[in-house]
Design a protein. Structure first.
Length: 328
């Protein structure tokens, strides 16, 4: 059963019977906020407006809590509405922070508390705390999300702990990927209706990593390189190049280079699967794959995989989802 409510000030409107073609999408990279899109058959009693709050539940389970941010209308009085979750505010607000040494969880908390002064509805919680103290840093005119992500990246490099930020029904969370593993099996006889697999070394694959630091004390450019000679002979040299902060020490730079090489020195394997809907699954969750025809591509019988993007779809009473997977 679909429940779709609009809140405007102290008024609540039930539009559950007037909506269709519902899609809820999440992305582990947070390159965009989580989104809820749907068609609304206009009713004169309520015309959704930008800034209205939206609550969506399915079969008495919480799915999405956010705000309307865009709408389109046509001559048939059908409105196409897009609502975004709270990650939107981290992506769309820029600020300058002179941060002291702190963990990613502490930086996340500080930024959320500051943001809540202007957005009282913004709630947050640290589900899993991090242990690595990120060195002091000046962030000048950066998005709030990029400031937090810098701390998350440094934590991953130095502790190999993968944290990310998500909106969980109106609450921003700092959470560890390891906390989101499920026992859900997707495969030939379980949920999967089809799949599309692609392997490539032309996108985001590198066998040499070159990091550059501009040393402000010596006024010299320092270059750090790690490589896989075997894969260079096999594929030719494919180089990743980036600059690093001057305040990183040699050990941290070398660790970053090795981690980048470890992550990118392999073909990118993309697996897209349309499956039956399950509200336990969203971007960031871990599942188990059991697809016989992919054994020749190196997939184990019960292969762990991470959901990189997830789009839930509702058409009438039919609930499905499209998953984009990364093999763990």
């Amino acid at each position: 059963m679909i429940e779709m409510l609009i809140q405007r000030g102290g008024s609540v409107f039930d539009i559950s019977q007037l909506v269709g073609n519902i899609e809820w999408s999440t992305d582990i990279d947070n390159s965009q906020a989580g989104k809820l899109k749907f068609d609304y058959q206009e009713d004169d009693s309520v015309i959704p407006e930008e800034g209205d709050f939206l609550r969506f539940r399915f079969n008495n389970q919480n799915v999405f809590l956010g705000r309307f941010f865009s709408r389109k209308r046509n001559s048939k009085r059908v409105m196409q509405i897009t609502a975004c979750d709270l990650v939107f505010y981290l992506l769309k607000n820029k600020h300058t922070y002179a941060l002291k040494a702190a963990t990613s969880a502490q930086i996340f908390t500080q930024i959320c508390q500051d943001l809540a002064r202007d957005i009282p509805q913004l709630s947050h919680r640290v589900v899993n705390a991090s242990s690595f103290n990120v060195p002091p840093k000046m962030h000048d005119n950066e998005t709030l999300f990029d400031i937090i992500k810098d701390a998350l990246d440094l934590t991953l490099i130095n502790r190999r702990e993968w944290f990310f930020i998500r909106d969980n029904f109106g609450i921003l969370e700092h959470i560890n990927i390891d906390d989101l593993q499920t026992d859900l099996v997707i495969g030939d006889q379980s949920m999967a209706t089809d799949f599309e697999f692609e392997s490539s070394i032309s996108v985001d694959t590198y066998n040499q990593v070159r990091l550059v630091r501009e040393n402000q004390e010596t006024m010299r450019r320092e270059v750090y390189i790690v490589r896989d000679s075997s894969n260079i002979r096999k594929w030719g040299r494919i180089q990743f190049h980036d600059t690093v902060d001057d305040n990183l020490n040699i050990r941290q730079i070398e660790a970053r280079a090795k981690l980048i090489l470890e992550a990118k020195n392999r073909p990118t394997r993309k697996l897209k699967i349309p499956v039956l809907g399950d509200l336990r699954i969203r971007a960031g969750n871990g599942v188990v794959l059991n697809i016989t025809s992919l054994r020749g591509e190196g997939f184990g019988e019960f292969q762990r995989a991470l959901v990189a993007t997830c789009t839930h779809k509702w058409s009438g009473s039919v609930h499905t989802m499209d998953l984009s997977m990364e093999v763990i």
